[in-house]
Design a protein around this ligand. Structure first.
Ligand SMILES: NC(=O)c1ccc[n+]([C@@H]2O[C@H](COP(=O)([O-])OP(=O)(O)OC[C@H]3O[C@@H](n4cnc5c(N)ncnc54)[C@H](OP(=O)(O)O)[C@@H]3O)[C@@H](O)[C@H]2O)c1
Length: 258
């Protein structure tokens, strides 16, 4: 019997976008729940510091410096998880970017490419190697892709971001349908406004007033803490959500029902 207890006891879980915000919070929550984690992002210093923090607390954490928009990087990151922990049980594909909100006709191609390359191609790249590793392991698996309320409705004034997050839900449903028979579940989070560097970017300028306006749209009348999104991801990664797949799970304080 494993000496580790928790929702993710003994599971090998890969987290992208783990150098900051929701991904870093997920690393702490998943470890608390017994997972061995592989942290993935582009900034090595942040990943190394987080891995050291987790190891000092007695957890198992490794990291892979990778740009998820590059297939070879995604392949290498998944290979690190399998090499270090013997297999891959779950993945939280959370890496994402946004660009300043502007009317569509004023945006340039670079803004579109930046968002699509990370948010859509990144999820595509990661899922393909994750699924391959899970099929190889033969024990099923669980993949969680971080979409957004903007993956379901036009909650922000940034068209490439909205398009990218809708695409994440499309990829989620496609993969859930393809790999359900192999016992691999794939879900998305329809994440609401959450305190992070990305949100600070959106709120730049008139910060308190914009924050209040955004928070006020949720039934709970506040923004999420990154940890609250990570808790939902942990449940979806775990066997406790065993009959949930192909879903876009709202974690948005009631924003979409109001
Ligand atoms: N905050 C919100 O209000 C909110 C709402 C809905 C959905 N979301 C989604 O939640 C996810 C996490 O966002 P956050 O708020 O935690 O933002 P954040 O604090 O800016 O963190 C973004 C993370 O993604 C990583 N990343 C970006 N591009 C990458 C790439 N090409 N390859 C690998 N890693 C990359 C960043 O690390 P490096 O820079 O080190 O690569 C960082 O760790 C995103 O997908 C975002 O769209 C956020």
């Amino acid at each position: 019997m494993s000496s580790v207890s928790g929702l993710l006891a003994g599971k090998s879980v890969l987290i992208t976008g783990a150098s900051a915000g929701i991904g870093a919070a997920a690393a702490r929550v998943f470890c608390r729940e017994g997972a061995a984690v592989t942290l993935v992002a582009r900034r090595e210093a942040e990943l190394a510091a987080l891995a050291a923090e987790l190891a000092a607390a007695g957890h198992r954490a490794r990291y892979a410096v990778a740009d998820v928009s590059r297939a070879a990087d995604a392949a290498r990151a998944v290979a690190v998880a399998v090499r270090e922990f013997g297999r891959l049980d779950a993945a939280f594909n959370n890496a994402g970017v946004s660009v300043p909100a502007e009317p569509m006709h004023l945006m340039d191609d670079a803004a579109y490419d930046t968002v699509m390359d990370t948010n859509v191609r990144g999820v595509w790249n990661c899922m393909r190697y994750e699924v391959a590793a899970m099929l190889e392991g033969g024990g099923g698996g669980s993949i969680v892709n971080n979409s957004s309320t903007a993956g379901l409705v036009a909650t922000v004034a940034c068209s490439p971001y909205i398009a990218s997050k809708h695409a994440v839900i499309g990829l989620t449903r496609a993969a859930a349908n393809e790999y359900g028979p192999a016992g691999i579940r794939v879900n998305a989070l329809a994440t609401g406004g959450t305190r992070s560097d990305m949100l600070a970017g959106w709120l730049a300028g008139d910060h308190p007033a914009r924050e209040e306006a955004m928070a006020g749209k949720a039934m709970l009348r506040r923004l999420a803490e990154a940890r609250e999104i990570a808790e939902a991801a942990a449940w979806l990664c775990s066997d406790r959500s065993s009959y949930v797949t192909g879903a876009a799970v709202p974690v948005e304080g009631g924003r979409l029902s109001r």
